[in-house]
Design a protein around this ligand. Structure first.
Ligand code: ADP
Length: 299
């Protein structure tokens, strides 16, 4: 079982040709809703890889939370340990999408913030071989590291912009001893305070005491740093229509190969392929199944 800790959201996408001014109303050209939240997306991607996925997070006692949980269940994700927080709404993200593809997001974290370190108890991790944290909340990361040590599970962290914004000192303490740390190049440059991704990766490789550091580079692919060795694998050339959730899909595919004991090159190759398939499809949860990635690599 792979446990994923962090946010679950209900995403509302509104396509607009212009933004409303103060007290103004504009007509949306299109509406799309779907499950989101990085940790939940990761859990779905893991389930699609054929592994057992457990999501550990929190929802409110509202209809949107119920819908979000139902969607996870339908994807085969175990949600039996999800916390219900009273008197708060479940997480919602409203995304305004301009026809040229530019997105403007408003996030309501709501019940997600109700998950506390005290909720991360060993009983919720029975049978878990790997713990993934898709959250920038260092208190959750620190507690999960304790649990992972206690149960002998491996652990990965994708802290996103929220963690990167906290700066190098805090990131270093939070991820120390973690097996795999994921960042995109924007986050890596932010943490390292570097002008380009190469110097960012070099600096982070020196500064962070982690098993492996993986930095995704969008259409350029990804790099991994492990045991003094830096490896870059190109992205696949595809027609990208929606990159939402590409990083979560990448991380899930990478962890799948990590748990299968594949080498660094195979992990990066497989994860790039999985994420390439994902970006050709709309929706944050449109990650591919394991056999789809294998077929893509053989084609
Ligand atoms: P995030 O979605 O977290 O910001 P990236 O933008 O770096 O992360 O994308 C994650 C991965 O998705 C990349 O490493 C790459 O494998 C894949 N990817 C993203 N954009 C494209 C693209 N335009 N073409 C092919 N692969 C892509």
């Amino acid at each position: 079982i792979v446990a994923s800790i962090g946010n679950l959201n209900f995403d509302i996408y509104l396509k607009v040709s212009e933004l409303p001014g103060p007290d103004e109303n504009v007509e949306a050209l299109d509406l799309y809703t779907g499950g989101g939240g990085s940790a939940a997306n990761f859990a779905v991607a893991i389930a699609k890889m054929g592994l057992s996925a457990r999501f550990i997070g929190a929802v409110g006692e509202d209809p949107l939370g119920e819908i979000s949980l139902r969607e996870l269940r339908a994807e085969g994700v175990d949600v039996s340990f999800v916390k219900r927080v009273r008197g708060v709404r479940s997480g919602v993200v409203v995304v305004l999408v301009h026809p040229d593809g530019v997105k403007r997001m408003v996030s309501y974290r709501g019940a997600n913030l109700g998950l506390t370190p005290a909720d991360l108890t060993v009983d919720k991790f029975a049978g878990v071989k790997h713990i993934h944290l898709a959250t920038g909340r260092t208190e959750l990361i620190l507690k999960a590291k304790e649990i992972a040590r206690e149960i002998g599970a491996s652990i990965s962290v994708d802290g996103g912009t929220a963690l990167a914004r906290k700066g190098l000192e805090i990131v270093r303490a939070a991820v120390e001893g973690v097996d795999v740390v994921f960042m995109n190049h924007v986050e890596a440059q932010l943490v390292a305070n570097a002008g380009d991704h190469k110097s960012a990766v070099e600096k982070l490789a020196r500064e962070l005491k982690v098993g492996e550091l993986v930095v995704t580079l969008g259409p350029i692919g990804a790099v991994a740093f492990k045991n003094g060795r830096l490896l870059h694998v190109d992205a696949f050339k595809v027609n990208a229509v929606d990159t939402t959730g590409a990083g979560d899909c990448f991380a899930a595919a990478y962890i799948t190969m990590y748990l299968r004991g594949r080498d660094l090159y195979e992990r990066l190759l497989f994860a790039n392929a999985a994420a390439a398939i994902k970006v050709t499809r709309p929706s944050a949860r449109a990650s591919p199944r394991y056999d789809e990635v294998v077929a893509f690599l053989e084609s």
